[in-house]
Design a protein around this ligand. Sequence first.
Ligand SMILES: [Mg+2]
Length: 233
Amino acid sequence: MTARARAVTFDAGQTLVELDTAMLSRRLAERGLRVDAATLDGAQPPAWRRYEQTVKDAGHEAPWQIFMRTLLEGAGVADARAVELAAWLWDEQPAKNLWRRPIPGMFELAAELTARGVPVGILSNSEGKLAELIDEIGWRAPFRVIVDSGRLGVAKPERAIFEHAARALGVTPAEVVHVGDSRTADIDGARAVGMRAIWFGAAARERPEDGDDVAIAAEAGAVRAALVRWGVL
Ligand SMILES: [Mg+2]
């Protein structure tokens, strides 16, 4: 790899922000269902594994609803009810985004990069309202661009969305480091266009191989260390 890495894109869900299970619990209560946040947290690992199996070539809506249905079923909700609730939550998602709990240190890292003159963007499979959410939680400033599949009409892992993000940051794909949690959508997608990638997440998720163009990071400090190693910071 010859190009020097000099720009960074961050995935949003489970990278900058995570599923707010307390909010999900409140939303379910509005529909007469009592499921506490801890139960929902416990049901996440199998739901994420199911997501990984569906995200390739399936866009955003179908994998999202399958994730949510699997999560609810894992938390003890009956199948038919889980299907109905997942569809309702999907319809509500643009206005009441459930992925809004900041992951410790990640927005701060984006702000540090921007302060150092590094072009930084968000590159997310989302519902077309991600910029509004980032505004709402007070973190819009560090990002030169927010690429939202729901606006662009192309979703990760398709090449076009990665190429679009690099262009928007004024660099080539080979100059970008993409940080994300999904093996399929983020890591495989980024590497296919020549980006370096930082796989972010807990050990329970499917791991890529660590290598010259991939780093593995379980928390923000390890993401920062990989960016230092590649000369971005
Ligand atoms: Mg994600």
